[in-house]
Design a protein around this ligand. Sequence first.
Ligand SMILES: C[S@@+](CC[C@H](N)C(=O)[O-])C[C@H]1O[C@@H](n2cnc3c(N)ncnc32)[C@H](O)[C@@H]1O
Length: 155
Amino acid sequence: MTRDLYSHARLYDLSLDTLTEARRKADERGVSVEWQQGDMRDFDLDSEFNLVFIAGNALLHLHEADDIVQCFRAVRRHLAPGGRFAFDVFNPNVRLLAEADGVRRPRTSFSDPGRGEVHVDAGLRLVERLGDWDGSPFGADSSTQLCICESAAGS
Ligand SMILES: C[S@@+](CC[C@H](N)C(=O)[O-])C[C@H]1O[C@@H](n2cnc3c(N)ncnc32)[C@H](O)[C@@H]1O
């Protein structure tokens, strides 16, 4: 995204804390943004935009299909003719999903310039991955990914 894009941006978020922190960062960088608090499931900004984007996995905060549909409808109402809508979400990873058993175990960590050291926790250990319940091996053409897991050491 270019600086020019952000210089005419409006940032919309449910959380006042997020808006405050985003405003602080924008001020630091001399970027001009309009700030608005509200719910992405139902908004009317009385404007149309050439680009609407929902970044940083924010869409994953909507857990019900109806909420996502409502959000997408609201976005569509705000798109100027020829405008684009972009969003990013994690690429689902069955291995990670299988490890999400509610037990916190260290998985990996990395250093983020804004947040410092970030630790990622996980759960089960993948023992075997198959392409189907008939025991065929998993491959690029498999329609199913069957994961056989066991509790990670120490759980
Ligand atoms: C991962 S943060 C992304 C922050 C920011 N959008 C960015 O690009 O850095 C997710 C944000 O989604 C916001 N959020 C969660 N549910 C929302 C909703 N229903 N409507 C609007 N924002 C929401 C949270 O307040 C949080 O700031």
